[in-house]
Write a protein that binds this ligand. Structure first.
Ligand code: NDP
Length: 350
């Protein structure tokens, strides 16, 4: 018999308004950067997505290049849409992005109109969708006029390829510039996707978080678990099935003795709160309501279950926050801060 989603799927999840827009996102969203490529069993991908949806996770985040190979996560999710989420399109918020290298030659990356529109079309084809709910410029392109990149996003909405647009990893200054261009064009620009976690606070230091409040934009923060560092999984060494040993962009050097000591201290605070460390890390990014959604990744359904339960204990005392700061700031790694203002040697990015 075909899989049926849980009847009670909307009973426990919290849905937060995306800035001043009419759209709401679940407090916890699922990203398909890792574990949705050709290196993962398709059945496992299906189980992860079904578990998430059953728990009220309505938002699934993609990008052109997620895999490996690039594009395969979109293809896999397209398959899941047909086999499992069939008939549920209007209950889902599906996003994709373009900005990193997707194909060879001068039109296969960054922020030109040529690249963004072609890439959006390819992503629609791979997923089998008629439109994305949100389409992003994945990174700021220092060599393309911002008017061109934003104009392409505007065109993507006007042509029916997406309902809303967003930007990812743009710093505060570039976000203000993008906002002005899109406001003048009348484009529904509603969301920013930066990295943020207890041990990666660049959006506070750069002022981006205040800028988003001022502009009435929503935010979805990626790698809120610092790619797994802010979970209990590395406290006793590096497990074989973890991202740190699979060349999946988590630099094992970050797991040095000093950082792990600080993470152990954070874990003790989480235990005192009656939460897992992953749950405390997610509650922390969502504290005070300034962040709309925490965008997690998962390699197993049980991780999704653990993460979603973060919403059960959202509040922190002043003393807890101070204690977290003490250890988290020492382990600060500023993973994936804002896109570079100038093109340098390519960052390793999936
Ligand atoms: P996280 O910080 O949530 O890291 C996810 C990893 O943490 C999982 O793969 C798993 O590691 C581990 N994990 C998750 N839950 C648990 C748990 N409960 N207990 C123990 N371990 C757990 O996020 P990601 O770095 O994966 O990023 C999330 C999403 O953000 C991406 O899928 C993508 O959609 C988006 N993103 C966007 C970027 C951008 O430039 N806009 C850049 C990067 C990500 P393991 O696999 O080792 O089990």
């Amino acid at each position: 018999m075909a899989w049926q989603p849980a009847d009670n799927r909307y009973e426990t999840m919290k849905y937060n308004r995306l800035g001043k827009s009419g759209l709401k996102l679940p407090a916890i969203s699922l990203g398909l950067w890792h574990n949705f490529g050709g290196d993962t069993r398709h059945e496992l991908k299906r189980e992860i997505c079904r578990t998430a949806f059953d728990l009220g996770v309505t938002h699934f985040d993609l990008a052109n290049n997620y895999g490996p190979p690039p594009g395969s996560a979109e293809t896999a999710f397209g398959e899941i849409l047909r086999t499992d989420f069939h008939g549920l399109r209007d209950e889902l918020i599906i996003s994709s992005k373009a900005g990193y290298e997707m194909w060879k030659g001068p039109y296969g990356e960054w922020g030109s109109r040529k690249y963004l529109i072609a890439s959006c079309d390819q992503s629609l084809k791979r997923t089998g969708l008629d439109y994305f709910d949100i389409f992003y410029s994945h990174r700021f392109d220092p060599d393309t006029p911002l008017e061109e990149t934003m104009g392409a996003l505007d065109q993507i909405v006007r042509s029916g390829r997406a309902l809303y647009v967003g930007i990812s990893s743009y710093n505060s200054k570039r976000t203000k510039e993008a906002y002005k261009i899109l406001k003048d064009l009348g484009t529904p620009f509603v969301i920013h996707q930066p990295s943020y976690s207890m041990i990666n606070r660049w959006i506070e230091e750069d002022g981006l978080i205040d800028t988003l409040d001022d502009l009435g934009l929503g935010s979805i923060v990626f790698s809120p678990l610092a790619q797994g560092m802010l979970t209990a999984k590395y406290l006793g060494g590096i497990p074989e099935d973890s991202r740190a040993v699979q060349d999946k962009s988590l630099n094992p050097d970050f797991l040095n003795e000093k950082n792990v000591e600080n993470i152990r201290a954070l874990n003790r605070i989480a235990e005192k709160r009656g939460q897992t460390l992953a749950q405390m890390a997610l509650a922390w990014v969502l504290r005070g309501g300034r962040i709309t959604s925490a965008l997690i990744g998962a390699s197993k359904p049980s991780q999704v279950v653990d993460c979603v339960a973060a919403i059960e204990k959202p509040d922190f005392t002043k003393a807890e926050l101070e204690e977290i700061d003490k250890y988290a700031k020492e382990a600060d790694i500023n993973l994936w801060a804002a896109s570079a203002e100038r093109k340098g040697p390519a960052r390793k990015k999936k």
